[in-house]
Design a binder for this molecule. Structure first.
Ligand SMILES: [Zn+2]
Length: 51
């Protein structure tokens, strides 16, 4: 999936399950299915205090 959205914008999409979102290109709603099968923590960057 190609998106400009980040965890800080829509943390809910990083939760497992279905999420209704709006396409940032055509404005149409779509369902995003997230399957959490790996750890996001491995991608966490250091350097800011936003915890
Ligand atoms: Zn679209």
């Amino acid at each position: 999936m190609e998106t400009n959205l980040g965890y800080e914008d829509f943390p809910e999409i990083y939760e497992e399950g279905d999420h209704e979102l709006e396409c940032d290109e055509c404005g149409k709603p779509f369902i995003l299915n997230t399957s959490v099968s790996y750890s996001w923590e491995t991608e966490k960057k250091d350097g800011d205090g936003n915890g």
